[in-house]
Design a protein around this ligand. Structure first.
Ligand code: SF4
Length: 322
């Protein structure tokens, strides 16, 4: 029997209940369709604009949010309803904003050591200290910095502390939730390179979330594109760049700056007119139909499924469903 993927999502949905006046209740459909598998040791990039549901999807996978329906399988086991404490060790997260994700009243040593304590991973004070020092060195900090507080560090160093905290419990899978978007461009590549080195060394699997498609390109084996709660395209990173099929993916790629004014002028751009609808009030049919330059009548009537358009390349668009 073949090994199941590290992570498999089945009809996973996440809705948030919003109370309005006069007892009226509405729902934000944050995650509507994300039929994803993540293979052992790969990096799956997840891109889309702010508010498309990618962070909610990452947190729902880790059960930081309870799914509204559907199932999450980790190493073939259904973890949708189980007590997550044993799985917390194996499934970690690196947050977007390192300054707000670190407790300002705890020293760096206490922050990293807390995870060791919760999961009883050090049998003595000496071992605990050694492990904290090794983790700090692993992320490019030094052991003397264990007694300092988060505010004494730069943004890049704070993110390194967040990574050391995630690594402390020896995870197998990490949701990297926009880990570089709050950092200077010069620091971004250092953090991305460090994540890649750690993956090669420790065999980690990543879900790497970003709003900038050019950031995920370098680290991801495959990329999933999300729009208004739905994964609309999924392909190998190189293939997605070379041959984007979904009109939304094409518009994302066209927005990536090219450092050459002549090429920028020469490139064709599809202008999307209008605003992205609210996830509380999504249009019927394909959710992209109100902005799509190629929308046809059928698009407002039926939602397209994520189907294989070429080997390993899946797209949710009626243009490719015949
Ligand atoms: Fe555009 Fe229709 Fe394809 Fe949606 S299904 S992306 S509206 S062509």
């Amino acid at each position: 029997m073949s090994k199941p993927p590290l992570l498999h999502l089945e009809n996973l949905k996440k809705y948030f209940r919003v109370k309005e006046g006069w007892g009226k209740v509405r729902y934000i459909h944050a995650v509507e369709s994300a039929p994803l598998d993540i293979e052992w040791g790969e990096t799956l990039g997840l891109v889309g604009e702010s508010g498309c549901g990618k962070t909610t999807l990452g947190r729902t996978i880790l059960r930081l949010y309870q799914p509204s329906s559907g199932k999450i399988f980790f190493k073939g086991e259904d973890i949708t309803q189980v007590n997550m404490l044993p799985y917390r060790r194996k499934m970690q997260i690196i947050f977007q904003d390192p300054s707000s994700s670190l407790n300002p009243r705890m020293t760096v040593g206490e922050i990293v050591g807390e995870a060791l304590d919760i999961h009883k991973l050090a049998s003595s004070r000496g071992e605990r200290k050694e492990r904290i020092e090794a983790l700090l060195e692993r992320v490019g900090l030094n052991s003397e910095q264990a007694n300092r507080y988060p505010h004494e560090f730069s943004g890049g160093q704070q993110q390194r502390i967040g990574i050391a905290r995630a690594l402390a419990v020896e995870p197998e899978f990490i949701v990297c939730d926009e880990p570089v978007s709050a950092l200077d461009v010069s620091i971004q590549s250092q953090i991305v390179n460090m994540l890649e080195d750690m993956q090669a060394e420790l065999g980690l699997t990543y879900l790497f979330i970003a709003h900038d498609i050019s950031v995920v390109r370098h680290i991801s084996r495959r990329i999933a594109v999300m729009y208004l709660g739905c994964v609309v395209e999924l392909a190998e990173s190189y293939e997605l760049y070379k041959n984007p099929l979904h009109p939304y993916t094409r518009s994302l790629l066209q927005a990536v700056p090219i450092p050459d004014p002549d090429l920028t002028r020469a490139r064709k751009r599809e202008i999307l007119a209008g605003e992205i609808p609210s996830p509380m009030d999504s249009p019927p049919g394909c959710r992209f139909n109100t902005l799509c330059p190629q929308a046809k009548q059928q698009c407002a009537q039926a939602a397209p499924e994520l189907r294989e358009a070429a080997p390993g390349h899946r797209v949710a668009c009626h243009l490719f469903s015949e």
